[in-house]
Design a protein around this ligand. Structure first.
Ligand code: UDP
Ligand code: MG
Length: 331
């Protein structure tokens, strides 16, 4: 029998958006999972503005059973905000975010916890395969993770969604990042700490339909690209430089042709083209430079901490620092 008294050790955060079809199975599986964990646990359901019976069912459950908690958002704020709300309310030493549709199997949670016991602060669950999802979704997800990996300056692990465990100290650091357009998996990668992963086969949705239509996926991808890469900003500069360089080369070639009295030149055409493309290139270049400044502003308004400290040592001593004896250094 698992220990289930004392301070909460594990917090499961589960975003829910119109999931009434899956709730009966989910609750059974959660009940089983919670009874197997090696410490007191809570499951926090974040109702992201559901309009079906999910709200009533989960609210009643939270009143009835002390292991379950319910947070109802005032409207649909989106998955990333919903998991943030759940994590903000979590009391555990380890916080696990998982989907409500059982595509993130509860058994994997135990593997995540095992890795946490080994001393890891962040444990990602990486998908080896994805069942029951359209070819389009699999292909776009594949492309998204590869592209993001190339664009981003922090190592965002590929094929990892939001199914992961984080330690309390990672959550405390995450809560210092108040940015509005959130891409939580990127933010956690940005934070660093000791990271590990477990792998699993992603199953089909247990019931119901996906709550992530194409437009929500595109919004997530745009947030990821804008929040974790400045490549789009630099793109304008490179385009501008390339166009200007071609304009100058073409201009040079026209002058050479003119000097050698080439009869093929049409009067007025070359000068117009050279001027036009040069101006166009300069324009792009200037836009790019403005973009760099906008990038600075963007970085400032995100109000991320400058750095995150993982450990400190030796700061709790009060006596003034005196140089250690010489022989002590030589030892
Ligand atoms: N979800 C949410 N708000 C939304 C969309 C989804 O809270 O606006 C929840 C949903 O209930 C589920 C999880 O986020 O628990 C993942 O959504 P879904 O399974 O529909 O996404 P998919 O697995 O199809 O990418
Ligand atoms: Mg799903």
């Amino acid at each position: 029998m698992a220990a289930n008294s004392g301070p909460i050790r594990y917090s499961l955060v589960i975003p829910v958006f119109n999931e009434e079809a899956v709730l009966p199975i989910l609750l059974r599986r959660l009940d089983f999972l919670l009874s197997r964990l090696d410490g007191p646990a809570e499951a926090i359901f974040v109702d992201d503005g559901s309009s079906d019976s999910s709200s009533i069912v989960l609210q009643a459950l939270a009143v009835r059973d002390a292991r379950f908690r319910y947070i109802g958002l005032s409207r649909n704020f989106g998955h990333q905000v919903a998991i943030t709300a759940g994590m903000d309310a979590a009391q555990g030493d380890a916080i696990i975010v998982m989907d409500a549709d059982l595509q993130d199997p509860p058994e994997v949670v135990e593997q995540l916890i095992a890795k946490w016991h080994e001393g890891n602060d962040v444990v990602h669950a990486r998908r080896l395969s994805r069942e029951g999802e359209s070819r389009f979704k699999r292909a776009t997800a594949h492309l998204f993770y590869r592209l993001l990996g190339k664009m981003s300056s922090v190592g965002i692990p590929a094929d990892v969604g939001d199914f992961r465990l984080i330690d309390r100290k990672v959550l405390d650091a995450l809560r210092q990042m108040p940015e509005q357009d959130r891409f939580v998996r990127g933010m956690i990668a940005w934070l660093g700490f000791r990271q590990a992963e477990v792998t699993f086969h992603r199953l089909e949705r247990a019931a119901g339909e996906t709550k992530y239509p194409l437009f929500k996926m595109i919004r997530l991808a745009v947030n990821a690209a804008l929040g974790f890469s400045d490549l789009p900003l630099r793109l304008a500069i490179w385009c501008g430089l390339t166009v200007s360089a071609f304009a100058l080369l073409y201009g040079g070639w026209v002058v050479v042709m003119w000097l050698s009295n080439d009869a093929h030149l049409v009067t007025g055409w070359s000068s117009t083209i050279v001027l036009l493309s040069l101006l166009c290139g300069m324009n792009m270049l200037m836009t790019g430079i403005v973009g760099l400044y906008v990038g600075r502003i963007h970085a400032e308004v995100k109000r991320r901490p400058l750095y995150v400290v993982q450990k400190r040592a030796g700061f709790d001593r009060n006596e003034a620092a005196t140089a250690p004896a010489k022989h002590a250094i030589n030892e």
